[in-house]
Design a protein around this ligand. Sequence first.
Ligand SMILES: Cc1cc2nc3c(=O)[nH]c(=O)nc-3n(C[C@H](O)[C@H](O)[C@H](O)COP(=O)(O)OP(=O)(O)OC[C@H]3O[C@@H](n4cnc5c(N)ncnc54)[C@H](O)[C@@H]3O)c2cc1C
Length: 616
Amino acid sequence: MKRWDVIVVGAGHAGIEAANASSKLGCSVLFLTLNIDTIGKLSCNPAVGGIAKSHLVREVDILGGLIAKLTDKTSLQYRILNKSKGKAVRATRVQVDRFAYQAQAKDFILDNKNIEVLEAEVKSLLVKKKRIEGVLTNAGLFRAKTVVICPGTFLNGLVHIGLKNFPSGRLGEPASRKLYDSLVSLGFTLKHFKTGTCARLDRRSLDFSKMTPQEPDKEAWPFSFFTSFRPFNKERCFITHTNPKTHRIIRKNLKYSPLYQGVIKAKGVRYCPSLEDKVVKFSRKERHQIFIEPEGRDSIEVYPNGISTSLPLEVQYEFIHSIEGLGNARIFRPGYGIEHAVIEAKDLFFSLESKKIKGLFFAGQINGTTGYEEAAAQGLVAGINAGLKVKKKEAFIPARDESFTGLLIDDLVSKGTDEPYRMFTSRSELRLSLREDNAPFRLFKDSYKLGLISRRDFSIIEEKLHRIKNEIDRIKKVKIYPSKQTNKVLRSLGEADLAKVDSGFNILKRPKLTYPDLAKLGCGLGLKDRSEVDQVEIEVKYEGFIKRETQQARELKKLARIKIPKGIDYSKLSGLSREIVEKFKYFKPKTLKEASNIPGVTPAAVLILLAYLKKK
Ligand SMILES: Cc1cc2nc3c(=O)[nH]c(=O)nc-3n(C[C@H](O)[C@H](O)[C@H](O)COP(=O)(O)OP(=O)(O)OC[C@H]3O[C@@H](n4cnc5c(N)ncnc54)[C@H](O)[C@@H]3O)c2cc1C
């Protein structure tokens, strides 16, 4: 019987990256999934990226992954978030055509000669002497040297619509119960998390004249480093709001809410609350924003982002109809909540291999995360490491201080998570150094070493880096003198006169100056490429902040043993979020290290605590 190098279970966002990465390492891959037509399905909103998530997308991309390429091929609308906050903290968010995305993902996987896809349900794992041997499915037994498990929300999934619930992995798809039982019997610690989604509406039944259009950005830059075409960027979203009537309907019907009646016991996504949660927790807020997002270029379905719910269908109709522009909305698919099982990520090595069973890897939602991007990043790492294990090579462990992918895995494996984990830039000690724009420069060497990008791409990136460095060195040397002409230019840009001679580098630090302005000051321009120009601007303008951030990160490491006295009233520490205050109160850390090891506690929060202790 054939023995595969790698079996990947589950063709969601973790699974497709895992299968693709292992295949790129030259492994034979058997890809098992419940339904081959749902390969790469976007279960929730039709969008990829966003704050911190875009960093993961760009990292997965440079490590040979699919998510950014699929996004560019199926885009509807590009937006750069945080534009006004400066170049170093921007994030790309792209609306995609859900149906095209799935079709492209399927084509991509089916076209890969190293991957054999089979529609089958994995029911149990074949383990001998604490080593994985293969999987048992409804279509028979398959043997492999390594197995990557990515069953997403399907693992013991239970869908809730009002007080009714039924086993399901996603609405209309079966739950994965047997695999859950198998993991339990193998001694894995499993717990349950909850997530939810909103109803999908008939675009034709909405009154867009009562909503505010949200245009795409004028210019769209591809998500993927490897995309060579200008992506489609023409679809609009629309904005509307809930109102006091909507909130009254929600409050009146909380008795039918599985969340508020204790039927759903699992913890939900803190930063993506259901509408019932928003109405109860932020009771003073009179309205909540809703984005009406297109599901596809030619689709009559839309996604009303912001009104995720597990209330009964008749209540969903009632509250949706109370919203401006949605008065006659027809519902195609109801909103629902889902509870699903997750493993304890602390039971994994940093390679995402299980500590209990050799050759068995886990990635995606099953490790306690939420989101396509988080799933993709883990799938990629698990797929690479399954492949490396087959080749008897050392595991690839992306470093926490070099990538958000490393940070994600480090957080999960060393701290675990007691609620669905979503990526935020605040989770990083080095948020100004780890940016979406410099992901290729941070990871291309690793990628090439692993055989995930070609020699040609490696050289292109290396040459870019040289050009950036040379240009920074050059503008450090160019002197600009305080002449009439110089000061005229500076004034026209809204900047103060130059008092004494200075370098192009230092002058570029001025907030209103951009790199092209240097030409007007006689400094010349050594670069044209947008991505290279961006690097120069960011490196120059954020030099001081990046140095400070690096210093603080070092200081935090050194001061880990500092003791925290008893009885601190954390709610009085300004700058701590409600989440962090809750966690400090609950866990009562005794040292700074203990504080930083609490799941969800950010480096920024530890710095606030440190500052407080220093003051004391
Ligand atoms: C209702 C709902 C709401 C969500 N809300 C949000 C949100 O608000 N924000 C957010 O960021 N993310 C949300 N998500 C989560 C997002 O969809 C997931 O994080 C992401 O899809 C996880 O990717 P994954 O690869 O781990 O699993 P999935 O995308 O769930 O894919 C799992 C795959 O495993 C396959 N599978 C399962 N069991 C077996 C088996 N035994 N044998 C073979 N194949 C199997 C399935 O067929 C599927 O292909 C939501 C998901 C759902 C369902």
